[in-house]
Design a protein around this ligand. Structure first.
Ligand SMILES: Nc1nc2c(ncn2[C@@H]2O[C@H](COP(=O)(O)OP(=O)(O)OP(=O)(O)O)[C@@H](O)[C@H]2O)c(=O)[nH]1
Ligand SMILES: [Mg+2]
Length: 357
């Protein structure tokens, strides 16, 4: 199970270009999509562990990107289901100037385009709410007391959410009770998902990438929302080079880090994800889990058998293991802990699960 990230944005904003950059893909930008691709989650600690443990296989965590292709208001059916199931949304906003590629709105305007896509996401949620409110109305007619109460509570809550959406407040910004959050999760609302705004700049704008990003972030740093500038076209071209050549180019353009790495890192932060590492049968693997996940659920991330037959987890922190230099040394020093089902997995934990099936 990987993390799923949906890519949306206005027509010709550079969605497929950014998708290619993120997944090192070669999707045809002329084809609308949807395009689906996998990116390996950058995790420097995984390589360090591999250097120490010398396993046969080293397996990074994966993120799955879905370039929806079509405008939000035009999607339905399977594609809409795909989008509503993603964990986070990337909104690609065009900042590059190119006369030969007409802008759908006739001119470049980053703020307007961010607002337009936010509205489209809100419309999608409003449509779901309207439909549900209609159904609640019908059900209320024949409902008996206990059921009635639940329906009325839901009606009341959804009406409040609707009012907020109409005032352009996305669901991700609402402070919800646990109960309300659970109701929201059932609906998979688009504005409830963390949002990464990717401002797609042209190569000639690279010197302004940082100041532009800082300026835009002063308006758009909202809860569960981040913004980065990225040159999709250049990043896409760089994925075709080997690492050292790509680094060389980045240095030349004054880019510190790959756009792919930054985008994934920010998505991780937005989603509240942490990494742990499993070591077993000559494999070292990195996994992504929600912060505050317990050991038995973390085991379930690897395999449902491991969750069902969970006995114990043998755990050491990445830092402790690195300090010891080997598992044998860590064991000698008593740094390998045995933990039970309810142990809360920490970022960087190196875990061997003991289970029986
Ligand atoms: N000059 C320039 N062109 C770019 C840049 N990014 C994307 N393009 C071009 O803009 C066009 C549209 O990019 P796509 O990635 O296809 O955009 P899209 O949002 O996927 O487009 P649709 O799927 O048709 O809505 C392509 O011809 C890209 O090569 C850029 O930074 N600079
Ligand atoms: Mg496209």
């Amino acid at each position: 199970m990987s993390i799923d990230i949906g890519i949306t944005g206005l027509t010709k904003s550079g969605k497929t270009t950014v998708f290619n950059a993120l997944t090192k893909g070669k999707a045809d930008t002329e084809s609308p999509g949807p395009h689906i691709g996998i990116a390996k989650v950058p995790e420097p600690r995984l390589q360090m562990l591999a250097n120490m443990l010398q396993p046969k296989r080293v397996v990074p965590a994966e993120a799955r990107y879905i370039d929806i292709g079509a405008p939000l208001k035009a999607i339905s059916g399977q594609l809409l289901t795909e989008l509503t199931n993603v964990d986070a949304v990337i909104n690609v906003v065009r900042a590059f100037a190119d006369e030969s590629i007409p802008h759908i709105e006739g001119s470049l305007d980053i703020d307007r385009d961010i607002a337009t896509t936010n509205l489209e996401l809100a419309f999608s949620d409003l449509a779901i709410i309207e439909r549900r409110l209609g159904k609640i109305d019908t059900s209320l007619k024949g409902a008996k007391a206990p059921e009635r109460q639940g329906l009325l509570r839901e009606q009341d809550f959804l009406t409040k959410v609707k009012t907020d959406l109409e005032k352009e407040v996305p669901i991700r910004e609402l402070s919800l009770t646990t109960d309300e959050a659970r109701t929201i999760a059932n609906y998979q609302f688009l504005t409830a998902k963390p949002l990464l705004i990717v401002v797609n700049i042209g190569e000639e704008q690279l010197p302004q990438a940082e100041p532009l990003e800082n300026e835009l972030n002063s308006h758009y740093s909202r809860p569960k929302c981040r913004l980065i500038t990225l040159c999709g076209k250049l990043e896409m071209e760089l994925t075709q080079l080997d690492n050292s050549a790509a680094e060389g180019f980045r240095a030349e353009f004054g880019m510190k880090e790959s756009g792919l790495d930054r985008a994934i890192k920010l998505s991780y932060e937005l989603l509240g994800l942490i990494s742990f590492f499993s070591i077993a049968s000559d494999e070292v693997k990195a996994w992504s889990i929600q912060d505050s996940t317990n050991a038995v659920k973390a085991a379930g991330k690897i395999h449902s058998d491991m969750e069902r037959g969970f006995i114990r987890a043998e755990v050491i922190s990445y830092n402790d293991l690195m300090k010891c230099g080997s598992l044998a040394e860590a064991r000698k020093k008593g740094l390998l802990r045995l933990e039970g089902k309810s142990y809360i997995v920490k970022d960087g934990d190196v875990i061997t699960f003991l289970f029986n099936v």
